[in-house]
Design a protein around this ligand. Sequence first.
Ligand SMILES: [Zn+2]
Length: 114
Amino acid sequence: MHELGIVQSILEIIEQQMEIHGAKKVSRVDLEFGAMTAVMPNAIEFAFQVLTKDSPVEGAELDIKILPIKAVCLDCHHEPVMETYTPFCPECSTGILNIIQGKDEMRIVSIEIE
Ligand SMILES: [Zn+2]
């Protein structure tokens, strides 16, 4: 379960931010992941609950958004939006797709502190 490692690095960033801003508690965290990272939101939530136990981040609301895959076909210039990755364009079926969103994003959109 690589979600555990992901949440660990997210928590490190959160702790740094808390220190910078002198925060005592975190009330909300917004995260975004590209669909192709295959991150499971419920596994993230579970890892978050386990790893934040008895920490200032415990009980923070967690919002996880999965970014759909957006691509541009190099042949017909169609711009498909997909839930799952296919290497070829769904429009012309032969064009190679250039992925412009949903690939490897793993980001903290916002952290609400108290
Ligand atoms: Zn195409």
